[in-house]
Design a protein around this ligand. Structure first.
Ligand code: NAD
Length: 256
């Protein structure tokens, strides 16, 4: 059980991050939810997790596009045994039309944020004598698709950084790994469906099956609960010698 551990999940008021927070709490960890929004609903999510599981769940606002706020998130939490770098955004456009500010935002939120949070969290893990860094990369951390230059670059980047963190902590009771999901039906993916329908002139079901899930041989979305379960496994004692690697949860995508 993860009783007494504190898990910080960046970008966790929605989608995969929230799913991971719920599974971490079910496994006994105290959790810190994060986003840049700081709404009533954000705080209510933390309260709901406490009500359901009995763990301490808190919400801390921090904008993952800003390095100093990434570091402040860890400092405000006060403890960080399990760091889950999950915050991420997407933008789909050909590289010659890709807005430079979208490129910068994706690199900042999907990649640089993990550099800053990891730098701030490692001293706390070393003091506690135990730690887990779990980076939410993507099948796009291992393979590419057209029109996703910034996302693919950031996700390949975070897979590389994961290996470096694993090597720098190899002789300590700290591990660093990346989870590489295929398609998971979250708001991030929902937003791509209308564009895909328009681009290929397809109805929703056809666009989902023929375009989104074309590279996911299972033809099923992975679920946020499955991602949460994978993160809980990586935090468990069974995974103590798993470090510097990736775990794909992609219905066979990267086997193709
Ligand atoms: P989502 O849009 O549901 O969630 C994204 C989260 O990031 C939200 O909680 C949002 O508040 C947060 N966020 C965005 N910008 C932020 C910022 N500047 N500061 C703080 N928080 C911010 O998306 P999701 O699908 O749950 O994606 C979560 C992660 O999983 C991302 O890194 C994404 O790349 C990755 N991923 C998703 C899929 C998928 O199919 N959904 C597949 C592979 C990888």
């Amino acid at each position: 059980s993860l009783n007494g551990k504190t898990a910080i999940i960046t970008g966790s008021n929605s989608g995969i991050g929230l799913g991971i927070a719920r599974e971490m709490a079910k496994a006994g960890a105290n959790v810190v939810l994060n986003s840049f929004t700081d709404t009533k609903d954000d705080h209510a999510l933390a309260q709901e997790i406490t009500d359901v599981t009995g763990v301490t769940a808190r919400y801390i606002k921090a904008d993952m596009s800003k390095g100093d706020e990434c570091r402040a998130l860890i400092e405000k939490a006060g403890a960080c045994d399990i760091l889950i770098n999950n915050a991420g955004i997407q933008h789909v456009a050909g590289i010659d039309e890709f807005p430079a500010e979208k490129w910068d935002a994706i690199i900042a939120i999907n990649l640089s944020s993990a550099f800053h949070t990891t730098a701030a969290a490692l001293p706390l893990m070393r003091k506690a004598g135990w730690g887990r860094v779990i980076n939410i990369a993507s099948a796009h951390g291992l393979t590419a698709s057209p029109y996703k230059s910034a996302y693919v670059a950031a996700k390949h980047g975070i897979v590389g950084m994961t290996k470096v963190v694993a090597l720098e902590t190899a002789e300590e009771p700290i591990t660093a790994n990346a989870i590489c999901p295929g398609y998971v039906l979250t708001p991030l993916v929902e937003e791509q469906i209308p564009d895909t329908m328009k681009k290929y002139d397809m109805d929703r079901d056809t666009a989902v099956r023929e375009v989104l899930l074309t590279r996911q041989p299972s033809k099923e979305f992975a679920t946020v609960e499955q991602l949460g379960g994978t993160a809980v496994f990586l935090a468990s004692d069974a995974a103590a010698q798993i470090t510097g690697t990736t775990i794909s949860v992609d219905g066979g995508w990267t086997a193709l």
